[in-house]
Write a protein that binds this ligand. Structure first.
Ligand SMILES: [Zn+2]
Length: 164
């Protein structure tokens, strides 16, 4: 099951500060380490329910788009009550939810027209990581129907994806 963290109902833009405040309200600690007790390993982030801690790799630049997106990803795990790494299908839906929250649709449309669907180019234009744009395109592919304007909020997406 995937649930939408409440910060996604706040007005945009979403910043690291938005997410930090949400974590504080939820009683979640954020810890930066390169290999905290062997838990993060090859991951950039991880959520440990037992200690209510989000671990972020200290190789992530706090000002980078990857930092914001990784922290956003982990907050979805927190809100969903996950513990540890989830099955690939669930991780993919978490990424889609993050993408729908972080991608500005008008700016996306501009950069998609500019780069003809080249994911790396769009990611640079929007200043977001490649995986966020790839997930956003996955979301569009699943939901877009020609001639039909789909106005889907993160909340709606979360509701559609409640599976266990
Ligand atoms: Zn994850």
């Amino acid at each position: 099951m995937i649930l939408t963290p409440s910060w996604m109902h706040q007005p945009r833009p979403y910043t690291v500060e938005t997410l930090r405040q949400w974590c504080t309200r939820e009683g979640v600690s954020i810890v930066y380490d390169s290999a905290p007790a062997g838990r993060v390993g090859r991951y950039w982030g991880s959520w440990e329910a037992e200690t209510a801690t989000i671990w972020l790799h200290d190789g992530l630049d706090v000002d980078s788009p990857a930092f914001l997106a990784t922290l956003a990803h982990e907050t979805v795990h927190v809100a969903s009550g996950h513990d540890g790494h989830q099955a690939p299908g669930i991780e993919a839906r978490v990424n889609e939810l993050v993408a729908v929250a972080l991608v500005d649709r008008e700016r996306y449309a501009f950069w998609e027209a500019e780069y003809g669907g080249h994911i790396g180019g769009i990611a640079d234009g929007l200043d977001l990581p490649y995986w966020v744009i790839a997930a956003f395109r996955g979301f569009l592919a699943r939901t877009y129907r020609p001639g039909c304007v789909v106005e889907s909020t993160p909340h709606q997406l979360g509701s559609l994806n409640q599976f266990t």
